[in-house]
Design a protein around this ligand. Structure first.
Ligand code: PAF
Length: 276
């Protein structure tokens, strides 16, 4: 596997792929790779030459958030990527965010859901993803549905700026217990894992109630909130909205998404389920 750390080198590599009429599939990550990333990479490989980036982006962590303790394990990540026969790892120098003067913001969407609790988070995500797109120039880019709001905002950014990249969603990968795979799961001890599994079960049960005929978004979210509190969670939000994140508090419909964020013993978890 080729490891590229320089911006100019990465740009040249991408240009050469384009000259050779190859399509570039891109999987941006913050490392500490897990089964969710493996699925993103396997999807990407079906579309073109795969470039994976690893960069823990300081711009998307707020004050008091976990930037310093965010899990990092580059040796193991390299092994996972080699085993998956990924041709290129872009592992940029922290230079790529230093002295940034221009930021990408979506003021409307940043006020919703995660944005209410992490006010500068999406500005940081959109800005780094735009920078990475400018360097890697991918034809396709892959994002996990576990971070649904992130996927929706990146898709909107690509549309708003007429970017030549197709944003492709990839299903959430879950452990047997139902916990959505995430690099931050390393923060969960035994009881944290049980709690995370209960979180998923409550969301699944709420989705089941929808399937059985309960259509009121207010009653469905009310049920989920009550159950989450009963299980000892602090609830940041539980909402049902449409795929574009516009709808709120009307009747839920097939294809809508139930999204939630909770805190348990200081660990924050987010998850979502599509209603079917
Ligand atoms: O989902 C992530 O890992 C990050 O938010 C991303 C998209 C790599 C941007 O830093």
């Amino acid at each position: 596997m080729k490891i590229i750390t320089g911006i100019a080198e990465m740009k040249e590599f991408s240009h050469n792929l384009k000259k050779a009429e190859k399509k570039i599939s891109f999987v941006p990550t913050m490392g500490k790779l897990h089964g969710g990333h493996v699925k993103l990479i396997e999807s990407a490989k079906r579309y073109g030459e795969t470039v994976v980036s690893i960069f823990v982006n300081p711009l998307q962590f707020g004050h008091g958030e976990d930037f310093d303790k965010y899990p990092r394990d580059i040796e193991n990540d390299e092994k996972i990527l080699s085993d998956l026969s990924v041709p290129v790892l872009f592992y940029p120098e922290s230079d790529i965010v230093k002295n940034t003067g221009t930021f990408i913001v979506n003021p409307e969407y940043s006020k919703k859901l995660e944005g209410l609790f992490r006010p500068s988070h999406f500005q940081g995500v959109l800005t780094i993803v735009m920078k990475l797109f400018c360097i890697v120039e991918p034809d396709f880019a892959f994002f996990g549905l576990k971070d649904y709001q992130q996927f929706a905002l990146i898709k909107k950014m690509a549309e708003d700026f007429f970017l030549n990249v197709k944003i492709i969603p990839v299903e959430t990968v879950r452990e047997e217990s139902g916990i959505a795979m995430s690099s931050r799961n390393t923060y969960l001890d035994g009881s944290g894992k049980d709690a995370a599994s209960a979180f998923y079960k409550i969301l699944s049960h709420t989705a089941y109630l929808f399937k059985k005929g309960e259509k009121s978004a207010e009653r469905l979210t009310g049920f989920a909130i009550k159950e989450l509190i009963k299980n000892g969670f602090k609830v940041d939000y539980v909402e049902i909205t449409d795929y574009a994140l516009n709808k709120k508090y009307s009747d839920a419909e097939k294809g809508d998404i139930l999204l939630a964020a909770i805190r348990y013993k200081g660990v924050r978890l987010i998850d979502n389920i599509f209603l079917s």
